[in-house]
Design a protein around this ligand. Structure first.
Ligand SMILES: Nc1ncnc2c1ncn2[C@@H]1O[C@H](COP(=O)(O)OP(=O)(O)O)[C@@H](O)[C@H]1O
Ligand SMILES: [Mg+2]
Length: 252
């Protein structure tokens, strides 16, 4: 489970007396278990698109369905991980991860068992009783990923989740995310402005044009992982996608 269909989706925002079109006529089918990355210039509607899939924002036209059901509001079945650390500072790591289960009224024993399972998955077992402020940026994002996964979502929505991390930590987190994805087999919709990150991670890259965001091109990357950033094919695709983005910006 985890098939997302975006059908003729458009989104406009009313701003004072004018209307800003953020997304126009987006069509895409995301397969179950697929890792899709959206890239595009700043302001092209990437966050808006994720928020619509999350049910935090409504489309102006068109629709999004998850496994055939229209998305009408937020649901833990669509787990979200943001760039900024969205952990509750007053809760321990375990309490953060178990938050969704607590909301559902799951008993304490189940909550701590599930939290432990996902803490193990993200390699933070020994930090179960720590508070977010005691963790590094990379560790906090791992907790955020564990928290989203603990709700057993059908799809994981990630909005530049590694954007605030230093380059080395970011590369390590990308590797870890791939290993988590291989173990859990969730559909992942990942937004980034880093083309390098998209080429490293994605089964498919969706390149959006500048505002209003439209699908400029969809690229298949049927390569084995882990991918070699120093290979010519990696560099070629990266250059090609960057070119698409730059052209998209210039035509605005
Ligand atoms: N709540 C909002 N109200 C008005 N305009 C918005 C709102 N959210 C986003 N926008 C506008 O929509 C466009 C797309 O924004 P966003 O989705 O954040 O782009 P990205 O994530 O690709 O940088 C921008 O021009 C932004 O100013
Ligand atoms: Mg954004």
């Amino acid at each position: 489970m985890g098939r997302v269909i975006i059908n003729s989706l458009s989104k406009s925002f009313a701003k004072e007396n004018e209307s800003i079109t953020a997304l126009r006529d987006i069509n895409l089918e995301i397969r179950d278990d697929e890792f899709v990355c959206f890239v595009g210039p700043s302001g092209c509607g990437k966050t808006t698109l994720l928020r619509i899939i999350a049910g935090l924002e409504t489309a102006t036209a068109g629709s999004v369905t998850l496994d055939g059901e229209a998305i009408t509001g937020p649901d833990p079945k669509r787990g979200m991980v943001f760039q900024e650390y969205s952990l509750f500072p007053w809760r321990t790591v375990t309490e953060n991860i178990a938050f969704g289960l607590e909301m559902k009224g799951a008993p304490k024993s189940e909550r701590s068992r599930t939290a432990r399972e996902y803490l193990d998955l993200v390699g933070l077992a020994q930090f179960a009783d720590h508070y977010p402020y005691e963790l590094s940026g990379g560790m906090r994002q791992r907790v955020a990923i564990a928290r989203a996964l603990a709700n057993d979502p059908d799809v994981l929505l990630m909005d530049e989740p590694f954007g605030a991390l230093d380059a080395q930590t970011r590369n390590r987190m990308q590797k870890e995310l791939l290993s988590i994805w291989e173990k859990t087999r969730k559909t992942i919709v990942f937004v980034t402005h880093s083309v390098d990150e998209a080429v490293y991670l994605a089964d498919r890259i969706v390149v959006l044009s500048g505002r209003p965001g439209t699908v400029r091109e969809v690229l298949d990357l049927p390569w084995a992982r882990p991918r070699d950033r120093t290979s010519t094919e990696f560099a070629d695709i990266r250059r090609y996608v960057l070119q698409l983005i730059n052209e998209g910006e210039q035509t605005q």
